[in-house]
Design a protein around this ligand. Structure first.
Ligand code: 13P
Ligand code: SF4
Length: 318
């Protein structure tokens, strides 16, 4: 879109959202234009917290469907809009309700912890919901002798098992195709091209495990490597004294990193790490969603009431 056109559309959106008393929440992976018109940009946990406390009656969610569903579950009295119903998530698709129910039957005494990247139906089957920024803390609140079923992300699961030292965590073999696609080879190439760089990794990444072992056995300097949620990454790079960073997550995060830290340099671990679902949300669709008040995301009350218990437990833990 031409710059002039996009700035006109942005002005229209800003005017309309005020007139209609709509709050716009955008995930850190959204395209720059969409982040520019949002009231809050953040990670899954931060956006869930915002959805719970905003005063506006309508939330326009610029992210993927499970995020809009989470907002609808937390705030059943609000109208939640998602600009494109096709904005899904390969990770949330990696487990079905039948599969989870069967797994639970095989481990009837286990506590079930599920990542926020899951459908509302899956959340209704969980004891605890978690995000990348609080998964370790949530697992730490569960008595050590209780078996845990962790789903659906295997890389986040193995990271949490390592950080908590739990030996009784069973981990579902799901993955996000974007993060799983960032390979140790991609990372090594980028780190070699920027010798003094800090390395920041999202725990959904396929490259996480080998690097965690490198840190553990001392072959990688642990001061220069951090495994963080998207918002955790933004905070870390802002506070760090380093000036160069290799960033292993979806490339949308680089926009805010560069904007907030103009004197620092950020390069993606993989230029191919783009989530096509996140990128489905465009300025035109945001405008259309505001004008036509669509697409309304609703979750059946029976499912929402059960899912809310797991989400509320998550929101209580930092
Ligand atoms: P964060 O919760 O770290 O933002 O990650 C969520 C995610 O992977 C969305 O794709
Ligand atoms: Fe899902 Fe991966 Fe896209 Fe995040 S980046 S929305 S986990 S497919």
């Amino acid at each position: 879109m031409l710059v002039q056109q996009s700035s006109k559309l942005k002005d229209e959106i800003l005017k309309l959202k005020k007139e209609k008393d709509v709050v716009i929440l955008a995930h850190n992976y959204q395209i720059p234009d969409v982040q520019d018109v949002s009231d809050f940009t953040g990670d899954s946990l931060g956006l869930s917290r915002q959805a719970a406390k905003v005063k506006q009656k309508t939330i326009l969610f610029c992210g993927v469907k499970f995020m809009a569903e989470t907002a609808a579950i937390i705030s059943p009295e609000k109208k939640v809009l998602l600009p494109d119903l096709e904005a899904g998530c390969s990770l949330s698709d990696s487990i079905t309700v039948d599969e989870l129910q069967n797994w639970k039957k095989q481990h009837p005494d286990a506590i079930v912890v599920g990542y926020v990247n899951t459908t509302a139906e899956i959340k209704a089957e969980l004891d605890y919901c978690c995000t990348s920024s609080n998964a370790v803390n949530i697992v730490n609140t569960i008595p050590e002798d209780r078996e845990i079923l962790f789903l659906p992300d295997m890389f986040l699961g193995s990271y949490v098992a390592k950080m908590t030292g739990r030996k009784n965590m069973r981990i579902w073999a799901g993955e996000c195709h974007v993060h799983a696609g960032i390979t140790p080879e991609d990372v090594t190439k980028k780190l070699n091209s920027m010798k003094d760089a800090e390395f920041i990794i999202h725990p959904e990444c396929g490259c996480t495990t080998p690097f965690m072992y490198d840190v553990a056995d001392g072959s990688f300097d642990d001061k220069k490597i951090s495994i963080l949620s998207t918002e955790g990454m933004l905070k870390h790079v802002h506070e760090s004294k380093s000036t160069n960073f290799v960033v292993a997550t979806e490339t949308g995060i680089l926009y805010r990193m560069r904007k907030d830290n103009p004197t620092k340099t950020f390069i993606p671990a993989s230029d191919k790490a783009e989530c096509q679902y996140m990128k489905m949300i465009t300025l035109e669709k945001v405008y259309d969603a505001l004008v036509n008040e669509r697409y309304v995301i609703t979750v059946p009350k029976k499912i929402a009431d059960k899912a809310r218990l797991a989400i509320d437990r998550m929101l209580k833990i930092k």
